[in-house]
Design a protein around this ligand. Structure first.
Ligand code: PEP
Ligand code: MG
Length: 825
C-alpha cells in the first residue's frame, strides 16, 4: 500500500488533516506526519529530519506520496529526499496538490489499494470536486479517466441513505470499486450527469448524488459482474447508514385521543384547539445587489451561524430524546452544505447579480419544487425540512428578530421549540397555552411563559407534533399533563380547577398592591423579574416594588447586530420611567448557555453551560460591555438604577468587570455626561465557587442576587434544559439551600444585602425558607407577585426561621417541600 506523509508548519494542522482524511477511509492507511517544531516558543516550522523519518516510517515498495503545505515545508521535503538511498528516493513522490483536499483524496485512493500513479493523479485532481461545487471551470484540472465504455454492463439503483453519496459513502463506494480490475463508471441519472470514474473519490463526490436520486453503475472488464454485484450490495445496504422508512410518513401516526405528559412549566389550565407553529419565511427585501462578493460573504456568514444554531438544537435534542430524534438536525446541516443549492445560489449572486437572500431563496424554491414532484411521500415531506433550513438562513440574512406568531383565533400553540423571543412576542389574547417538545421548567421560554401568565407544559413526547391543527387538547401547567380530545367529565373537572385558580388570582390581586409584611411586622421587598418594557409595566400593575432582575439579554437576542448605546439608553430609560419611583436592577448581558447570539459567532461548545457565557464572555468583549455600562450609567442619572454582573465565579472576574465599569464612568466623566457616581453595583451568585468565596466577593460589591436556576444546575450537576435530569436540578435540594444560607450569612457579615432572583423565589413553598434564612429581597416572576406577597403576610419571622432551620436538616427536595407544605397547613 502506498504510504502518505503530511508535512506542515503546524502540528495541529497536520493532525487535523490526517484525522479528517482517516474518517473517509476504509481500513488502514500507512500515514505519518512531519509537522511543527519541538519548541514551545516557536512551534511553527518544518524539520528535514522529521520529514525523512516520517517517510521511512511508512515506506514500502509501493512508494510514498508526500503532501506539503507551503514554503519551507516543500524545501524540507525536497532535502529529506536527499537523505534517502537512491533506490527508495525514486519511489517517493512529492505531490503539489492542496494539502487538505490532496491528502483526503490520496488517503482514500491509497486505502483502496491504488498504485502510486493513481494516488498522485487523484490527489492532483482533488480541487476538482471543490471547483465543481463552486461552478468553476475545472477543465485544467487533472482527472483520472477509467470509465467503462458505453455498452458495458450496467445497474441502476436508488440511493436511499439520508446523506446521499456524500464524502463517507463515496469513499466506501470508491474503495469497493478499486477492488476490481474492470473499468467502472457511475453517473447521476436523476441529475442527467455524464458518467465519471467510479474509482475516483473526487469524481464520485462531484456527482452530488442526494437521497432519492438514481445512479447508474457500469463496469467493463473480466470481473465486471462481481464488481457490479459488490457495488449494488453496498448501495442497497445504504453504505451502512441507517435509513428512515418512508412508511413512517406515508401513514402518519396521528394522535387522536389519550394523555401525554411533560414537564410542568407554567401554572394554569388551558383548553382549546391546537395550532402547530412553524416559524414563517421572511420576505426577501432586496432583489438585486451591487457587490456580489459582499453578498456571497454575507451568505457564508449566515450559513455558518445557521449551522451553529442547528448544532445547538441538535445537542439539546440528543440530550432530551436521544440520537435518533436528533437526525432531523443532521439533515438540516446537510442541506446547508448541499453543493447543488450552493452552486445555484452562487450563480444567482455572481451571474444574476441577485442579493444573497434572493439567490438563496430562488435556489431553495427550485429544490422544494423538485421534492414536491417526487412520488415518494417521505421524500416529498423533506421539502418541509428544506424550507425550515432556508427560513433560518433568510432570517439571518435579513437580520430579523424571529417572527411574531400571529394567531387568528384563541388556540394552544404546539411546537418543537419556541425561542425566548418568540415566546416574548406571543399575543396574550390569543394564546391559551403552550406545549412544546423541548424545554424544561427553568429553560428561558418556560420562565417567560410564567412571567406572561401563559399555562405551559414542556418536554412533551414528539408525537405531540403529529396532532392535526384544530384538535382540542387540555393541559395543566401545574401537573404537566396534556389530554388529547378530553371527554366531557374531564373537561368539567378541568374547567372547575381553572375557575378556582381564577378566583384565587382575583383575591390575590387585592393583596398585591400592599407592601409584603410578615405578621410580626418584618417587611420584605418583592420585586419582579422582567425582560422588557411590557412586563415591567405588568409587573408594576401586579404589585411589584421595582425590578430585581432585568434580563437585558433580550435586547440582544435574535438581532443582526448588538443594540447601540442610544438604543439601550432609550429602552432602559423607558423601563425605569415606567417603574418610577421604584428601583430597577439591570443585569448586564448574560448570553451563552441556552441563549445564543448569532452576530457574536459564539460557535459550538461541548458544554455550553460550563462554557463561555455571562461575564466570561463579556470580559472577552469589553467593547460590548462598555457600551452597555455607559447606557446603564447614563440612565442612572435620572432613575434609581443598579447594575449587576452574571455568572461571576471568582474575585478577579468581578474586579475586571468593575474596572470596565470604571472605564465607562471615566469616559462619561471626561465628556461631561452626568451619571450616578454612587450607583449600586452587585453580582449574581449562581456558581458554587462564588458561594464558597462569598466573603471575599462581598467585599467587592454592594449586593448579591442569588440565581437559583443556575446555582441548582451547577450544584446538582444537572443541565437545567435537559428534561431527563430536570428533577435533579431542583433548588429545593438541601444542598442548594445550604449554599443559599452560606451566601446570605457571608453577605450580612460583610454588611451588604442579598436578594434571590432565581425561580425558587417564585415558589410560595420557598418563601418561609428564604425569609428564615434571612434574605432581604425576593425578585419573582410577574404572575406570582401577589401569591408571594400573600405567603409573606401569613408568616412571622420566628416561624420562617424555624422552618428554615428544619429544612436544612432534611435530605431531599421532596422532603423539604412536604415538610414546608405540612407546616403551612
Ligand atoms: C438564575 O440563574 O437563577 C437567574 C436568575 O438567571 P438566568 O435564569 O437568566 O440564568
Ligand atoms: Mg443565571
Amino acid at each position: 500500500m502506498v504510504g502518505i506523509v503530511i508535512v506542515s508548519h503546524s502540528a495541529k494542522l497536520a493532525e487535523g488533516v490526517r484525522e479528517l482524511a482517516l474518517q473517509m477511509v476504509q481500513g488502514d492507511v500507512k500515514s505519518a506526519i512531519a509537522a511543527g517544531m519541538d519548541d514551545a516558543e516557536n512551534p511553527f516550522g518544518t524539520d528535514v529530519m522529521q520529514v525523512y523519518e516520517a517517510i521511512e516510517s511508512v515506506y514500502s515498495d509501493s512508494g510514498v506520496v508526500v503532501l506539503m503545505d507551503l514554503g519551507s515545508a516543500v524545501m524540507s521535503a525536497e532535502m529529506a529526499l536527499e537523505f534517502l538511498p537512491e533506490d527508495r528516493r525514486s519511489k517517493v513522490k512529492l505531490c503539489e496538490a492542496p494539502l487538505v483536499e490532496g491528502t483526503i483524496a490520496a488517503m482514500v485512493q491509497a486505502s483502496a489499494g491504488a498504485d502510486i500513479e493513481q494516488v498522485m493523479a487523484e490527489a492532483r485532481g482533488a480541487l476538482g470536486a471543490k471547483a465543481a461545487q463552486l461552478s468553476l471551470d475545472i477543465s485544467h484540472l487533472e482527472v483520472v479517466t477509467n470509465e467503462a465504455k458505453p455498452g458495458a454492463s450496467e445497474v441502476q439503483l436508488t440511493v436511499k441513505n439520508p446523506m446521499g453519496l456524500h464524502a463517507r459513502p463515496a469513499a466506501k463506494f470508491v474503495a469497493t470499486a478499486c477492488r476490481f480490475a474492470s473499468k467502472i463508471s457511475v453517473r447521476n441519472v436523476t441529475a442527467s450527469s455524464v458518467p465519471v470514474n467510479a474509482k475516483s473519490i473526487n469524481q464520485v463526490i462531484t456527482l452530488s448524488v442526494r437521497q432519492g436520486q438514481m445512479i447508474a453503475i457500469s463496469a467493463d472488464g473480466s470481473d465486471a459482474t462481481d464488481a457490479l454485484a459488490a457495488l449494488q450490495a453496498l448501495v442497497e445496504a445504504n453504505f451502512g447508514e441507517e435509513v428512515h422508512q418512508p412508511k413512517q410518513v406515508a401513514t402518519p401516526n396521528i394522535v387522536t385521543s389519550g394523555k401525554l405528559s411533560g414537564i410542568p412549566a407554567s401554572k394554569g389550565i388551558a383548553i382549546g384547539p391546537v395550532i402547530l407553529y412553524h416559524a414563517a419565511v421572511p420576505q426577501v427585501q432586496t432583489q438585486y445587489a451591487e457587490n456580489s462578493e459582499t453578498e456571497w460573504e454575507q451568505l457564508q456568514t449566515a450559513i455558518q451561524t445557521a449551522q451553529d444554531q442547528i448544532q445547538n438544537l441538535r445537542q439539546k435534542a440528543v440530550a432530551q430524546a436521544g440520537e435518533a430524534n436528533a437526525a432531523i438536525f443532521d439533515a438540516h446541516l446537510l442541506y446547508l452544505e448541499d453543493p447543488a443549492i450552493l452552486a445555484a445560489t452562487r450563480k444567482g449572486i455572481f451571474e444574476g447579480n441577485l442579493s444573497a437572500a434572493a439567490a438563496w431563496k430562488a435556489a431553495i424554491d427550485e429544490i422544494v419544487a423538485a421534492y414536491e414532484t417526487l412520488e415518494d411521500a417521505y421524500l416529498q415531506a423533506r421539502s418541509a425540512d428544506v424550507t425550515d433550513v432556508s427560513r433560518r438562513v433568510l432570517q439571518l440574512l435579513a437580520g430579523e428578530v424571529s417572527t411574531a406568531i400571529d394567531l387568528k383565533a384563541p388556540a394552544i400553540l404546539i411546537a418543537t421549540d419556541l425561542s425566548p423571543s418568540e415566546t416574548a412576542q406571543l399575543d396574550l389574547t390569543q394564546v391559551l397555552g403552550i406545549c412544546t417538545v423541548s424545554g424544561s421548567t427553568t429553560s428561558h421560554s418556560a420562565i417567560l411563559a410564567r412571567s406572561l401568565g401563559i399555562p405551559a407544559v414542556m418536554g412533551v413526547d414528539a408525537q405531540l407534533l403529529r396532532l392535526e391543527n384544530g384538535t382540542v387538547i387540555a393541559l395543566d401547567g401545574e401537573t404537566g399533563q396534556v389530554w388529547v380530545e378530553p371527554d366531557a367529565d374531564l373537561l368539567r373537572e378541568l374547567q372547575g380547577k381553572r375557575e378556582s385558580l381564577e378566583a384565587l388570582r382575583r383575591e390575590l390581586a387585592e393583596v398585591a398592591q400592599q407592601p409584603a409584611v410578615t405578621r410580626d411586622g418584618h417587611q420584605i421587598r418583592v420585586m419582579a423579574n422582567v425582560c422588557g418594557l411590557a412586563d415591567a409595566k405588568s409587573a408594576l400593575a401586579a404589585g411589584a416594588e421595582g425590578v430585581g432582575l432585568l434580563r437585558s439579554e433580550f435586547l440582544y437576542l435574535d438581532k443582526a447586530i448588538a443594540p447601540t448605546e442610544e438604543e439601550q439608553v432609550q429602552i432602559y430609560e423607558a423601563i425605569a420611567e415606567s417603574l418610577a419611583p421604584h428601583p430597577l436592577i439591570i443585569r448586564t448581558l448574560d448570553i451563552g448557555g441556552d441563549k445564543p447570539v448569532s452576530y457574536l459567532n459564539l460557535g459550538q461548545e461541548a458544554n455550553p453551560f460550563l462554557g463561555w457565557r455571562g461575564i466570561r464572555l463579556l470580559l472577552d468583549y469589553p467593547d460590548l460591555l462598555i457600551t452597555q455600562l455607559r447606557a446603564i450609567l447614563r440612565v442612572s442619572h435620572r432613575h434609581p438604577i443598579k447594575v449587576m454582573f452574571p455568572m461571576i465565579s471568582c474575585v478577579r472576574e468581578i474586579q475586571a468587570a468593575k474596572e470596565i465599569l470604571a472605564t465607562a464612568a471615566a469616559q462619561l466623566r471626561s465628556t461631561g455626561i452626568p451619571f450616578n457616581q454612587a450607583m449600586e453595583v452587585g453580582m449574581m451568585v449562581e456558581v458554587p465557587a462564588a458561594v464558597v468565596m462569598a466573603d471575599q466577593l462581598a467585599a467587592e460589591v454592594d449586593f448579591f442576587s442569588i440565581g437559583t436556576n443556575d446555582l441548582s444546575q451547577y450544584v446538582m450537576a444537572a443541565d437545567r434544559t435537559n428534561p431527563k435530569v430536570a428533577r435533579l436540578a431542583d433548588a429545593f435540594e438541601p444542598a442548594v439551600l445550604w449554599m443559599i444560607a452560606q451566601t446570605i450569612a457571608a453577605a450580612h457579615h460583610a454588611g451588604i444585602w442579598v436578594g434571590v432572583c432565581g425561580e425558587l423565589a417564585s415558589s410560595p413553598l420557598a418563601v418561609p425558607v428564604l425569609l428564615g434564612l434571612g434574605v432581604d429581597e425576593l425578585s419573582v416572576s410577574v404572575p406570582v407577585i401577589s401569591t408571594v406577597k400573600a405567603a409573606i403576610s401569613r408568616l412571622t419571622m420566628g416561624e420562617a426561621q424555624a422552618i428554615a432551620g428544619e429544612v436544612l436538616r432534611l435530605n431531599s427536595a421532596p422532603a423539604v417541600k412536604d415538610y414546608v407544605a405540612g407546616e403551612l397547613g
